[in-house]
Design a protein around this ligand. Sequence first.
Ligand SMILES: C[S@@+](CC[C@H](N)C(=O)[O-])C[C@H]1O[C@@H](n2cnc3c(N)ncnc32)[C@H](O)[C@@H]1O
Length: 135
Amino acid sequence: MNMVAKASSVYDMILTRPIAGTAPSFSGKVKISQLYWGNPSQISALKSPFDYIIATDVVYIENIVEPFLSTLNALSGPSTIIFLGYQIRSPEAHELFWRLCPELFYVKKVPHENLHPDYAFEEADVFILKKKGYS
Ligand SMILES: C[S@@+](CC[C@H](N)C(=O)[O-])C[C@H]1O[C@@H](n2cnc3c(N)ncnc32)[C@H](O)[C@@H]1O
């Protein structure tokens, strides 16, 4: 599948105001590729690290937590900003995710007042993750 989109519009849809350290500096087009979490050949075919990674509603079953986190880790670098749209779907997946995620990433919750009102919901949060291991 080929699809292009304005990357800046994705950022505008998530946040009404920039969060410190995440101001968008991108322009151009988005290329779409298939990625099965934990698939080494698909991961290595991508040109990581990425500037931005956006994932929503992906922590919903326990056995995908580790492949998802290891894939995020493989695709990110010191400058990567990961936006994670999050809603509790499974207590077990939730517990495992929040036990393992802080081992790999710094986590910051976006205040609800910074979320775009058309896309913000009481029961859902957006987190910003940044990879650990860099000073
Ligand atoms: C609850 S859905 C939410 C998807 C997205 N937020 C949306 O609105 O379409 C969870 C998504 O995780 C994807 N997923 C689950 N395991 C995956 C894996 N191992 N690799 C890639 N994607 C996976 C599923 O295909 C599904 O699209």
